[in-house]
Design a protein around this ligand. Structure first.
Ligand SMILES: Cc1ncc(COP(=O)(O)O)c(C=O)c1O
Length: 440
């Protein structure tokens, strides 16, 4: 590709980025019906006229202008693990969260199949009205034991768990403070709850402490929400410090373990094992079944009164179908496997360390990654992230690029999810392939 062509693409990318910013702002702005022309009113009832649609269109055009193939919605032919088949070709795969390689495990699949034979494919209705299957409670008891809590409640979606639980527990007059890089489901839950929402600088417990010193007394209940391992940067909080801060200010603490369960700690017990913090210092242990646990859904582990409230009042539990029995069985089997085979956790951690150290040695920018399952390589622009991902794909490596506006433009990146089943050679081959792209 000539220098002129690259420059033209960069200019086009900048112009599109400005348009995208405008469309994003318009999508977020409240609608002001002018009520003047019938034409304008009829446009109000067409989805094409919505700023949100313009935003999607611009994102598509960006790919076309930059002549990069969309890396999204790729169709995998079979189980996606350390490797995957796409369009009949095999790739080394860094775009899945099956951190311990359990999503395609034959023993777990057999347990899920047996659950289908026994209970069918769906729970068909809400557990509170239509009843449960034994596996619902077995999974919740196993997770409660894992987290050393009184109880645990399982929901059908990890995303919906954060949204519905935060909304069920907090409302007007309360305060929700979250890490600036917290997952969208935490932010959405806080926004929809009607509570005041504030954020603090990423992983900065001192900033949280200062913020709560200033504003705590203005609110009734306060929730602090953080994650065990951040999926964009692969870094982690100092849980000990966050516990001290929340205890000092009389707040509840939610820790989202979506990416740290089975990943951190010598036996995969997550951020509390990594930081040497006892379970009871965190009020809400949130997690997803879609990652290490090879299924789908979310959970909250905590004290009995909390579980009682959620089972009886959280809309995402009460007014939603129970977890499909086969998925509950798959996650229960995955949890048992994690407990029985801690060597998987050790192997995952070794692979993460290898990726990080080889990438650093090659001069790649890995940001603040601690080398546990998530390692970004910062490319510096969305264009480069897209081009690098495409070239790697041609080389047989599947990795997702992250563009603006998901991250700041200069923080655009390739995001590598590492699992225990990656071979050391696959990691070395990948790092070498990325290193070759630098300075091209
Ligand atoms: C930190 C975090 N929390 C919650 C979720 C939502 O979980 P799920 O995809 O299982 O709905 C995700 C999803 O990736 C996540 O990264």
């Amino acid at each position: 590709m000539g220098l002129g062509e690259t420059l033209r693409q960069q200019l086009a990318a900048k112009a599109l980025k400005r348009q995208l910013e405008r469309a994003t702002d318009a999508a977020a702005a409240p609608g002001v019906p002018d009520g003047q022309a019938a034409q304008a009113l009829s446009a109000r009832s067409r989805f094409e006229a919505m700023p949100q649609f313009q935003q999607v269109k611009l994102m598509r055009e960006m790919g076309e202008t930059l002549r990069v193939e969309s890396p999204f919605f790729r169709v995998h032919d079979g189980v996606a693990g350390a490797t995957t088949q796409i369009g009949g070709r095999e790739y080394i795969n860094f775009a899945n969260y099956s951190y311990l390689g359990l999503a395609g495990d034959p023993t777990i699949a057999a347990r899920a199949k047996a659950a289908i034979d026994r209970y069918g494919t769906s729970a068909s209705a809400s557990r509170i009205v239509a009843g449960e299957r034994p596996v619902h409670r077995e999974l919740e008891r196993a997770l409660a034991a894992f987290y050393e809590t009184d109880d645990c409640v399982a929901f059908v979606s990890g995303n919906a768990t954060n949204v519905t639980v935060i909304g069920a527990l907090f409302g007007p007059g309360d305060l929700i403070v979250h890490d600036a890089l917290a997952h969208n489901s935490i932010v959405q839950g806080a926004q929809l709850s009607g509570a005041k929402r504030l954020s603090f600088a990423h992983n900065d417990w001192q900033a949280l402490d200062e913020l709560l010193t200033r504003v705590r007394r203005e609110y009734r209940n306060v929730l602090v929400a953080i994650e065990g391992l951040y999926s964009m940067d692969g870094d982690l909080p100092d849980l000990q410090r966050f516990c001290e801060v929340k205890e000092r200010h009389g707040a509840f603490l939610l820790v989202d373990e979506a990416h740290s369960l089975g990943v951190l700690g010598a036996t995969g017990r997550g951020i509390r094992e990594h930081c040497g913090v006892t379970s009871d210092r965190v009020d809400l242990w949130m997690g997803t079944m879609s990652k290490t646990l090879a299924g789908c859904g979310g959970f909250i582990a905590g004290c009995q009164p909390l579980a009682d409230i959620l089972r009886h009042l959280a809309p995402g539990f009460l007014y939603s179908v129970g977890l499909a029995p086969a998925l509950a069985e798959a996650s229960l089997a995955a949890l048992e496997c994690l407990l029985a085979q801690p060597e998987r956790v050790a192997q995952l951690q070794a692979r993460g360390r290898q990726f990080l150290s080889e990438a650093r040695a090659a001069g790649l920018d890995t940001g603040t990654s601690a080398g546990y399952a998530v390692v970004p390589i910062i490319t510096g622009s969305s264009l480069k992230a897209a081009q690098w991902a495409n070239t790697l794909f041609e080389d047989g490596i599947n990795v997702q690029p992250i563009f603006y506006p998901a991250v700041e433009e200069k923080a655009a990146r390739l995001r590598f999810f590492i699992c225990s089943t990656h071979e050391p050679e696959q990691i070395s081959q990948t790092v070498a392939a990325v290193a070759r792209l630098v300075g091209r």
